[in-house]
Design a protein around this ligand. Structure first.
Ligand code: M6R
Length: 606
């Protein structure tokens, strides 16, 4: 995820900005840049140094020595629109080179805004969504920067945290935010701005937090806040006493927990402007002729493959094309029946998984059309695929994948609608599906409220040696993911079974005290799954059930209630208690949840 830092005071800005960027490095990024207002006599001049690569490279750039001013803004970029490059790096300037802007978030209507700017004679030099912002500020500027920023904010759809500096108001940094974090750090005769507290924690513990659609005017000895209509807002100072380690994780104990909690926002960004109620789904997939496909293969590894299993159901239902899901390591060696009538969908968080890359090469050689669903922009899989659609989960640092999974399932369902619409299948059901997708981020927030219940249950069962997850259909798909999460970080042996299979063998493993976790969200199969759970309870099992159904059964040890949703989307919600369960089991066992033994974040070997 991108990082923002700003400084205004009496010191040279560059060292403060560089240190701020370095303390945000853990978040992952691909480019870095700084803009500073240089002063000579009473004239101010805007200087920008930026490039793809590490902050260390930026620091080593001799041009940085020419940035002498005491007001500046800085940014680390995690590419979302356009590859990592100098042109796409922040800060971005407007055409008159009077306004420099850094931006975190995604401007969903940037295509439309680019068009408006181009129609008004502006030229855009980068592929980014961000570059529209300084130009819109320029277009709206009539000598009052607050009015220009407010008008610009009203044009932006999506999420943003922005900083603006200009020689036209050299004693100010203007900042604004919506759905992307931004704080103002308070110093003495100097002030700071940051997307994340760690960036400026070395200088201050006192902060103002911007609320949604607020603007701040930061000067070296004053800070004022306004709402989007420029009505002044009063704020309280918050004192933050974090140590360096917890501050890197934004106050969370581990990256995994932080990433679990980032899911509502990550899913919101993945949906972005791709989905709206009155229009067809918008994905960057050119002119694929979907009528030529008689088969879809989804190919991936680990959690990404589980996301594929969860998406198979909606692809078959809405697109009416038989869909198979394969592990990449199996697919590549089993002579799959792939030809020009096959659509192959590859899923990968990192975009660097060796088995998935090999399977992709094989599919291309056999003549298939290939679409990849990837999180890391510009990674190998995106370069090899015919088409790529990106999840916007942001960097995932914990080895155990959480937010990438829920974003993958979300995006694959959007892809299912896209293909269905391209094939001419428009139905009430499809429209309802769009509504349900748009409601997902808020529902994910609600599911996170189950945290305390899950934590208590984990405390009771963390000493177990074996644990079983059961469910049917999509609930089975989620059970597989829950079981993988638990194995990865708690080192407890665990299996996921299709609930109906239990009686064909695995039930022999259930004895007094065994823990069985049931996922039951389907109105069609919940009763059946409950019968299978009863069989386990009869044999003495402790039972936890994750459900959105109205279940009345006094023998279940704990029932986690999650919000109802479209059955095809239930994995996005039901997986969250299972992620939390694995997390708290591992915490009870005092294990390193972020770096489990024997595992790597990116598996680049066979
Ligand atoms: O980067 P990818 O999504 O291609 O990675 C695939 C698997 O290696 C990955 O999902 C792995 O299973 C995770 N550690 C699961 O938490």
């Amino acid at each position: 995820m991108c990082g923002i830092v700003g400084y205004i005071g009496n010191k040279k800005a560059v060292p403060v900005l560089i240190n701020g960027l370095l303390s945000l490095e853990y978040r992952g990024y691909d480019s870095a840049g700084i803009a500073v207002l240089n002063q000579s006599n009473n004239e101010y001049d805007l200087k920008v140094v930026k490039d793809k690569g590490r902050v260390k490279n930026l620091e080593a750039n001799p041009e940085l020595d020419t940035l002498l001013g005491t007001t500046g803004i800085a940014h680390t970029r995690w590419a979302t629109h356009g590859m990592p490059s100098k042109e796409n790096s922040h800060p971005h300037l407007d055409n008159s080179k009077k306004f420099a802007v850094v931006h975190n978030g995604i401007i969903e209507n940037y295509v439309e805004l680019r068009k408006i700017l181009q129609d008004n004679g502006y030229t855009l030099y980068s592929e980014t969504d961000t570059e529209v912002i300084p130009n819109l500020i320029h277009m709206n500027y009539n000598g009052n920067i607050l009015e220009a920023v407010s008008k610009t904010m009203k044009l932006l759809k999506g999420s943003y945290a922005i900083e603006v500096i200009s020689p036209l108001f050299p004693d100010k940094i203007i900042v604004a935010k919506k759905d992307s974090p931004l704080v103002v750090g308070i110093g003495k005769n100097e002030n700071y701005v940051a997307s994340d507290i760690p960036a400026v924690l070395a200088h201050t513990n006192n902060f103002y937090f911007l609320d949604e659609q607020e603007i701040a005017v930061v000067e070296k000895d004053s800070i004022k806040f306004y709402d989007i209509n420029l009505k002044e807002v009063k704020k309280d100072i918050k004192n933050i006493e974090w140590d360096a380690e917890s501050s890197e994780k934004n106050g969370f104990e581990d990256y995994m927990l932080k990433e679990i909690y980032e899911q509502p926002q990550a899913i919101r960004e993945t949906i972005g402007s791709r989905l709206s109620l009155d229009e067809k789904v918008n994905l960057e997939l050119g002119n694929i002729d979907f009528t030529k496909f008689d088969k879809i293969y989804i190919v991936a590894c680990g959690t990404a493959m589980h996301a594929g299993i969860a998406a198979k159901y909606s692809l078959e239902k809405f697109c009416k094309i038989p869909t198979e899901v394969d592990m990449a390591s199996e697919f590549r060696y089993r002579n799959p029946l792939v030809n020009e009538h096959t659509l192959c969908i590859f899923i990968s968080q990192s975009g660097e998984t060796a088995d998935t890359i090999a399977a992709l090469r094989l599919a291309k050689e056999a003549g298939a059309t290939t679409i990849s669903v990837v999180n890391v922009i510009g990674s190998s899989i995106t370069r090899l695929s015919d088409y790529t659609i990106y999840t916007h989960a942001g960097p995932e640092i914990a080895v155990a994948s959480t937010k990438a999974y829920t974003c993958q399932v979300t995006l694959l369902n959007i892809l299912a609608i896209y293909i269905a619409e391209a094939l001419g299948y428009n139905s009430e059901e499809l429209n309802k599906f769009k509504v349900d997708l748009l409601e997902l981020p808020d529902k994910v927030k609600d599911v996170l409220e189950t945290m305390e219940q899950v934590k208590d249950f984990a405390e009771k069962v963390y000493t177990q040696k074996d644990l079983y997850f059961i469910g049917r259909g999509l609930d089975y798909a989620v059970s597989m993911e829950g079981s993988l999460k638990l194995k990865e970080i708690s080192y407890i042996h665990s299996e996921a079974y299709a609930a109906g299979e239990l009686k064909h063998g695995p039930i022999a493993l259930i004895e007094k005290g065994t823990t069985v976790i049931g996922v039951a969200t389907s109105p069609i199969t919940t009763e059946k799954t409950l019968s299978n759970l009863e069989e386990s309870i009869t044999r003495g099992a402790n039972v936890l059930v994750v459900t959105n159904q109205n279940i009345k059964n006094g023998k279940i040890d704990l029932m986690i209630h999650i919000p109802g949703t479209n059955p095809y989307l239930s994995p996005v919600l039901s997986v969250i208690p299972l992620q939390l369960f694995a997390y708290y089991i591992a915490k009870n066992k005092k294990l390193d949840v972020d770096k489990p033994r024997n595992l790597a974040k990116s598996v680049t070997v066979e």
